[in-house]
Design a protein around this ligand. Structure first.
Ligand SMILES: [Zn+2]
Ligand SMILES: [Zn+2]
Length: 147
């Protein structure tokens, strides 16, 4: 090997070393970036699963509300279907069977629509269709106060 070739080789090696060093730096930079990227992805995944959980919660709350709405509508229809009894065919209190007369007057229960004497319908209750308390029979009073 001539002196000249040795010099050239030497320069070549130095260049190569420099290049390797810069590649190493680039590599560690890339690894760092990759790691922080992974952390980002992990964070995003956490956010996504949190959002999914919230969505699921909202959906089940919505379903619950839908069911409640349905049962309320049914209850409402049931209340509206309760018609007042025709008092001309009723001759006695639906509860105690006391015959109605001039002194024992007929009273409608505003909840079930049945006809009662004064004693069996002496209570008042607040019902959904009226703001003021209305006359109800004892049974409806109990049913209403349980709710
Ligand atoms: Zn009665
Ligand atoms: Zn009643």
């Amino acid at each position: 090997m001539s002196r000249n070739t040795l010099r050239i080789n030497c320069i070549f090696f130095t260049e190569l070393e420099k290049k390797i060093k810069s590649l190493e730096e680039e590599k560690s930079l890339l690894i760092e970036r990759c790691l922080s990227g992974e952390a980002d992805v992990e964070r995003l995944n956490e956010i996504i699963s949190e959002l999914k959980r919230k969505l699921q919660e909202s959906l089940s709350a919505l379903q619950e509300l839908g069911r409640e709405n349905q049962s309320l509508q049914m209850e409402c229809a049931k209340q509206q279907n309760r018609k007042w009894k025709d008092d001309s065919i009723v001759t006695a209190c639906s509860h105690c069977s006391k015959e109605f007369s001039l002194t024992i007057r007929k009273h409608h229960c505003r909840m079930c629509g049945e006809i009662f004497c004064n004693e069996c319908s002496s209570k008042n209750a607040t019902i959904p269709s009226s703001k003021k308390p209305v006359r109800v029979c004892d049974a409806c009073y109990l049913e209403n106060s349980v709710k």
